[in-house]
Design a protein around this ligand. Structure first.
Ligand SMILES: Cc1cc2nc3c(=O)[nH]c(=O)nc-3n(C[C@H](O)[C@H](O)[C@H](O)COP(=O)(O)O)c2cc1C
Length: 167
């Protein structure tokens, strides 16, 4: 599938909104992901307001692309949905990758901004949105029309990483 091979992290975006239909498709792609026991733990905050994007871009030192994105999704896990608690972050990762691939398909650019293991970032998002205890910040995805960067193939296949039948 060409989207898998061409997807890249896009961190600079045109000053141009992403159409509502495309935002809807991205969210649908996220929710189409597989999840442990089909627990579908995801929730999404969709942010387009420019001031809010600036505030969100301060979540981690590596989240600056959020500031010039057209729309950023904050991905959250809802522990009330957990049936396999140890699987929720893997579920969220599958949803995140689906969104990145759909963004590539829609000729958008996107970048995954992680904070699952950074307590400071989790606290920042929790306080910003006054999240209840059961809502767990996972990551953000900044999205927009690429400005100067493009989704293009880079070969990462390493034959030595493949082990047939035995280690
Ligand atoms: C779990 C995770 C966390 C990431 N966090 C950040 C981040 O905080 N800031 C950023 O600019 N890119 C982030 N990235 C994007 C990676 O830097 C990027 O995927 C990697 O360098 C490979 O480049 P590519 O996506 O263009 O193929 C993250 C990716 C993953 C999967």
């Amino acid at each position: 599938m060409k989207e898998i091979f061409n997807r890249r992290s896009i961190r600079k975006f045109e000053d141009r909104p992403v159409e509502k239909e495309k935002i809807d498709k991205l969210l649908r792609a996220g929710m189409q992901a597989p999840s442990a026991a089909n627990q579908q733990p995801w929730e999404f905050i969709v942010v387009e307001n420019k001031e809010s994007l600036k505030t969100l871009s301060l979540t981690t030192p590596y989240a600056t692309p959020v500031a010039n994105s057209a729309v950023t999704f904050v991905l959250l896990g809802n522990s009330n949905s957990f049936k396999v608690p140890s699987g929720w972050q893997q579920d969220m990762g599958a949803a995140a990758e689906n969104i990145l691939l759909e963004a590539t398909h829609l000729e958008l650019g996107a970048v995954w901004l992680g904070f699952a293991t950074a307590d400071v970032a989790i606290d920042y998002i929790t306080n910003l949105y006054n999240l209840p205890e059961n809502i767990k910040p996972f990551a953000m995805i900044a999205i927009g029309y690429p400005d100067g960067q493009k989704n293009e193939f880079v070969d990462r296949y390493i034959a030595e990483k493949v082990h047939y039948e035995k280690w």
